[in-house]
Design a protein around this ligand. Structure first.
Ligand SMILES: *[C@@H]1O[C@H](CO)[C@@H](O)[C@H](O)[C@H]1NC(C)=O
Ligand SMILES: *[C@@H]1O[C@H](CO)[C@@H](O)[C@H](O)[C@H]1NC(C)=O
Ligand SMILES: *[C@@H]1O[C@H](CO)[C@@H](O)[C@H](O)[C@H]1NC(C)=O
Ligand SMILES: *[C@@H]1O[C@H](CO)[C@@H](O)[C@H](O)[C@H]1NC(C)=O
Ligand SMILES: *[C@@H]1O[C@H](CO)[C@@H](O)[C@H](O)[C@H]1NC(C)=O
Ligand SMILES: *[C@@H]1O[C@H](CO)[C@@H](O)[C@H](O)[C@H]1NC(C)=O
Length: 428
């Protein structure tokens, strides 16, 4: 029963109303659906989903289905309008963020088998004669889209090169943006990756995930069972219910601990087909610490994950985050994070005993969030507030600038959407 209740609550969360300090956030996003274009209107040019002009961001499978957190599609175009048709394996009413160039993100919900008009030069005011970029991102981790076709009116698609810098964020709900108001696109991962500017990124995070995968994984999240990242990071998909439906394998059913259920058995991710990340950020342990994973099991899982990542990307540099957990102590609050000493030992393991916080020779850098996040940065749901996500992203941006010498290259496009909270009363 507990298992069913958990699934139900996770499904509920993904489609629930967003509350901001008790007020329902308006989510009646504009309906961008249009009738099917294919074969009906000769001023539109149709591009299949495998067109070389299309760049897929984050993890997608061979059927052009998106997985994990905030995956996206980006391309250049010249033309007056852009529409995208979503395939049958799109979840119901997936909230997507999309935009032309560096204009503000727009939001709309898309479902299986629908076509959406997502860029219009007259409505938005971009020049249809010059090359523009278009980008769309899934905002959630549980929901995904399948691309069917892309259409351009009175024009054509243009291939645009990837940015030369690349980061990967490996984590659980804290990195997926769970309980942030716009989820994946309000997460610190998004704020960091987008905030750096001119940086490709992939967020392999999913709520509930542990580092540890012993006995098929003790941890659980949206799916019936959750494998640890030491296993799942190597896979195309997460282990959501959606993944179990797509890649379920009844032979893989396991019976351990308090949950039972099928596991997904997705293919391995094809690392050879994608460039390596320059920097890999890992934020894991919050769920291991809730699931009775021992210090030794956690250390072994964490180092195995780092070793697996290094096997794929021998030159990537790691930033590993400590955990934050606040408890009241007398008349104030202190951090008390059970596995943090183990995370420090992971850093020391790769750095001849040093935490390597300030960019020494070692490949693993310990990032200390103490003094960045305070107890009120954590919402009643146990996760960073939007403000906390922005604080964490900002500090990580500056850290990467100081330690790795990356310039902050973006000059003004919107990163965090709908965070314009301010005081408009002058006369108190
Ligand atoms: C075909 O599409 C173009 C571009 O959206 C539009 O201007 C035109 O009205 C459409 N024609 C028909 C017959 O639907
Ligand atoms: C999608 O589903 C619809 C309705 O079941 C079906 O008619 C259509 O052929 C499917 N399309 C693809 C590409 O599988
Ligand atoms: C659009 O997605 C948001 C976030 O999941 C959801 O709150 C909203 O109800 C969806 N809208 C529709 C019409 O389904
Ligand atoms: C995972 O960690 C988050 C953040 O600490 C916590 O709120 C959640 O309850 C944990 N989930 C599980 C299944 O342990
Ligand atoms: C936690 O793990 C220890 C050692 O494996 C075991 O003895 C104990 O029963 C476990 N506790 C729970 C609540 O699962
Ligand atoms: C993290 O930072 C806090 C505050 O500066 C400091 O007290 C603590 O010792 C640091 N932790 C480590 C492992 O360096």
């Amino acid at each position: 029963m507990r298992f069913l209740a958990l699934i139900a609550s996770c499904v509920y969360l993904a489609s629930a109303k967003i509350l901001q300090n008790g007020q329902v956030r308006i989510t009646d996003y504009p309906d961008t659906t249009i009738p099917s274009i294919a074969g009906h209107n000769s001023s539109w040019r149709t591009y299949p989903r495998n067109a070389r002009e299309l760049s897929y961001k984050g993890r997608w499978d061979d059927n052009y289905i998106s997985w994990w957190t905030a995956p996206g599609l980006k391309f250049g175009f010249q033309g007056s309008q852009v529409a995208v048709a979503f395939g049958n394996n799109t979840s119901p009413e997936v909230l997507i963020a999309y935009r032309v160039g560096g204009l503000d993100w727009q939001l709309t919900n898309v479902s299986a088998g629908t076509t959406h008009l997502l860029a219009d030069s007259q409505a938005t005011g971009f020049d249809s004669g010059t090359t523009q970029t278009f980008e769309v991102r899934v905002t959630n981790w549980d929901y995904g889209v399948q691309i069917q076709n892309v259409y351009v009116a009175s024009g054509r698609l243009v291939q645009i090169p990837d940015f030369r810098r690349r980061i990967e964020i490996v984590g659980d709900s804290l990195s997926a943006g769970q309980y942030a108001t716009l989820e994946g696109i309000a997460s610190y991962s998004w704020g960091l990756a987008y905030g750096l500017g001119n940086t490709e990124f992939s967020i392999t995070a999913y709520p509930g995930m542990c580092a540890y995968d012993g006995n098929g994984g003790y941890c659980y999240g949206g799916g019936p069972r959750q494998r640890g990242q030491e296993h799942q990071w190597l896979k195309v998909s997460d282990n959501s219910e959606r993944a179990v439906a797509m890649y379920g394998n009844s032979k893989n059913t396991i019976h351990v601990m308090k949950n039972e259920g099928s596991l997904s058995d997705p293919p391995n991710y094809n690392f050879r087909a994608h460039p390596p990340a320059d920097i890999t950020i890992i934020n894991l342990g919050a769920n291991d610490s809730g699931q009775n994973v021992s210090d030794e099991q956690f250390f072994n899982a964490y180092t195995k994950l780092i070793d697996e990542i290094r096997r794929q990307w021998p030159r990537t540099q790691f930033i590993i985050l400590n955990l934050w957990h606040f408890t009241q102590s007398g008349s104030t609050w202190i951090t008390d994070s059970p596995l943090d000493n183990v995370i420090q030992n992971v850093a020391r393991h790769y750095n001849r005993g040093s935490l390597n916080e300030n960019g020494g020779q070692g490949i693993v850098h310990y990032f200390n969030t103490t003094g960045i996040l305070e107890h009120n940065d954590i919402s009643p749901a146990g996760h960073p507030t939007d403000v906390a996500d922005v604080k964490l992203a900002s500090h990580l941006m500056q850290y990467i600038k100081l330690v790795f010498g990356w310039d902050l290259e973006q000059e003004g496009p919107e990163v965090q959407h709908q965070t314009t909270y301010w005081n408009d009363e002058v006369n108190y």
